[in-house]
Design a protein. Structure first.
Length: 286
């Protein structure tokens, strides 16, 4: 009996996206379709969880399990979905406002536990759904509906923040490069542990066409000589904010929360009171 080969179309729902023309989120959505097809993950084994915002409409456009949660609660819900069924491929999606404002407190805990989920943040440096207010990643001096005299708050650097939290996989992609972005997303989903992708996703409505042009001028792919296990080199890339490097910035294998839970379940069935989870750590010793 032949095994079904999944294509990008198998992950598309019948719901038509209603993002503004030119929105970078279209590119993100298609990258996820392509990544899942590359990995041949059956749609019924995928769960996509979102928060609130333009980007958080994404689960509705997927022919998978989906959950559109409340503002900033992507990671708790995604974690719950993963722990309820350890064999599910769980992808969390949201925007920079959803993730780095009200939702920021959940990020370090997902990272330190190394929950086996992928978190994709579509960063456009603006609140789009609520019509153009400054977000946590808005650049200094940006004039918006809430910063009429220019933004005076230093923006968050998502990649630098994620590396500092010891996130086991950190990458950056750009919706203007669909083929390469799909490959980056596939690597993130395939990674065993908590993976994060900052997806540069321009907002033509509230940031203008010039945001797309600016990103394209500043973005370039990481050189093949880069060692993603080198934390210092990863920080150097993150700190170079005038040059937006795309690709796998930091990658380090370590035990996942899922690994520990599986081991605890296994040992508990045999009546052991103190599961030897320390054995898992030895597997990752240099």
């Amino acid at each position: 009996m032949e095994t079904k080969q999944f294509t990008a179309k198998d992950y598309k729902s019948d719901l038509k996206p209603i993002w503004c023309p030119g929105c970078g989120d279209f590119g993100v959505l298609n990258s996820i379709y392509q990544a899942l097809a590359t990995l041949q993950v059956p749609p019924h084994k995928v769960a996509v969880v979102s928060g609130i915002g333009c980007s958080s409409r994404l689960p509705g456009y997927m022919n998978t399990y989906g959950f559109n949660s409340v503002h900033g609660r992507v990671l708790p819900v995604a974690t719950g979905a993963k722990m309820a069924n350890l064999d599910t491929t769980v992808i969390g999606v949201g925007g920079d406002g959803d993730g780095f404002s009200i939702g920021s407190g959940h990020i370090p805990h997902a990272a330190r536990k190394n929950i086996d989920i992928t978190y994709i943040v579509m960063n456009n440096s603006i609140y789009g759904l609520t019509k153009g207010q400054a977000s946590p990643t808005s650049p200094l001096g940006l004039k918006t509906k809430t910063t009429m005299y220019g933004n005076v708050e230093a923006p968050i650097n998502p990649v630098r923040m994620m590396i500092s939290y010891n996130t086991s996989f950190v990458a950056r992609a750009f919706s203007g490069y669909p083929k390469e972005s799909a490959e980056i997303v596939a690597r993130a989903i395939a990674h065993k542990g908590f993976s994060f992708v900052e997806f540069l996703s321009p907002c033509p409505t509230f940031m203008g066409r010039e945001q797309f042009t600016m990103i394209r001028e500043q973005a370039s792919f990481i050189d093949d000589s880069h060692d993603p296990s080198d934390e210092v080199a990863a920080f150097d890339i993150a700190n170079s904010e005038d040059q937006l490097k795309l690709g796998i910035i930091y990658h380090k294998n370590r035990p996942t929360y899922t690994d520990f839970v599986r081991q605890i379940q296994k040992e508990a069935k045999h009546g052991q009171v103190a599961p030897p989870v320390i054995e898992l750590l030895k597997m990752f010793e240099p």
